[in-house]
Design a protein around this ligand. Sequence first.
Ligand SMILES: Cc1cc2nc3c(=O)[nH]c(=O)nc-3n(C[C@H](O)[C@H](O)[C@H](O)COP(=O)(O)OP(=O)(O)OC[C@H]3O[C@@H](n4cnc5c(N)ncnc54)[C@H](O)[C@@H]3O)c2cc1C
Length: 422
Amino acid sequence: MNNIIVVGAGAAGLMAAGQACGESSKVIILEKMKFPGRKLRITGKGRCNLTNNASVKAFIEQFKSDGRFLFSAFHRFFNQDLIEFFDEIGVTCKTERGGRVFPESDKAQDVVDALVEYNRNNDVKIIKNVKVESLEIKEGRIIGVTGIRSGGKGKNEKVTYPADSVIICCGGASYPRTGSTGDGYRLAKNAGHEIIPVRPSLVPLKYKDNVLKKLNGLILKNVKVQVWMDGNSVREEFGEASFIDDRISGPVILKMSRFIVDSLDLKKKIFISIDLKPALKEEKLLRRLERECTQFSDEKIDKILRKLMPSNLIGTCLAYTGLSSELDVSSLNSVKINCLLKWLKDFRFEISGYGSFDEAIITAGGVSTKQIDPRTMESKIVKDLYFAGEILDIDANTGGYNLQAAFSTGWLAGRSAGGIYY
Ligand SMILES: Cc1cc2nc3c(=O)[nH]c(=O)nc-3n(C[C@H](O)[C@H](O)[C@H](O)COP(=O)(O)OP(=O)(O)OC[C@H]3O[C@@H](n4cnc5c(N)ncnc54)[C@H](O)[C@@H]3O)c2cc1C
């Protein structure tokens, strides 16, 4: 009998374990939490954006590090295969804007339940409350793992589980309350693997200016956001940005956050510039402002500002432009109008840092893909040891790409460890 241990019952682990099963394999999952799939159940705001219907090429472009590493895994098990797989285990999927695929029920818990049931039907045993602490390696080959089993009431027991193959699916370091506390990096490092420094990605950003704290809760739709680094415009995205809990976040910010995190770590000066009226060229916006000044010449400036922006942004606008709320529209001369115009097109502020792993959707960095065989997910250093999921140095934008990577690498690692033809 081929004894296979999967460490971690997340997206990658649940897929790997089910796929590793065969007539001559016995598979167990060791999971340190009380329940499997803790992170999976909160994905996609509880709806689980499990993949994207983009092409392989477009998919790989979404990965920040070595996306090409995933080519073999995607070649064998990709988005349509995943959709069919879920359909077979009772989760019908639907595709939404941007090619994002969700379960038709809009419930991430249904995805978790179906994966757990799928494993049960394949005789995979999920052993909960076991935190794997070390890998047992002999003569360059994995022979088992040792973990701490918590039996409640503070009773902890050290247990060694012998194995012919081990698949490490411990996830990254983001959202540690879901169980992914970065344990896998230590296990991999002790086994001789290089770990690319880990840092938060898809993460909200911190700003320097306290004035912006008043914007808490503000959502800006259809804006253009530019990143300025050391005085040069280096990135831009169009879409939604939001101010939440003293951070700037939202899809466009998250998308650019990996680049900004790395730039800040290199001590670069980073500014965000928001164009609040991207559809209007400066000239057109100027004509609009002049027209409104004529139309509302008997009013205070507030009247015009309310037409131009959400009311909770007005205070910030006044602070940044130096205009007074008491100003009469009739006193707006061309200098003041220009100042307002410039701010509407370029509301710029400095970024001072980024959120912690507690707030990051994904971890950048991890087990170097150079020491993993992309055709099998097996370690090139330790025989019969496999890695899958976020623990690897792969991270992508939002849109279902990260979960597909976890499922595809999990599928491949499981089939390889189980010696199952594919
Ligand atoms: C809020 C949020 C929303 C997200 N939404 C999406 C989305 O909609 N679409 C998308 O594509 N991606 C999304 N992601 C990213 C996605 O969830 C991850 O990429 C994916 O879960 C990674 O799967 P994994 O199996 O590698 O790791 P995980 O799902 O993190 O699973 C790792 C498992 O290993 C266990 N474990 C860790 N260490 C040990 C140990 N020592 N012993 C035993 N068990 C251990 C953990 O408890 C955990 O159960 C989201 C992430 C977050 C945080």
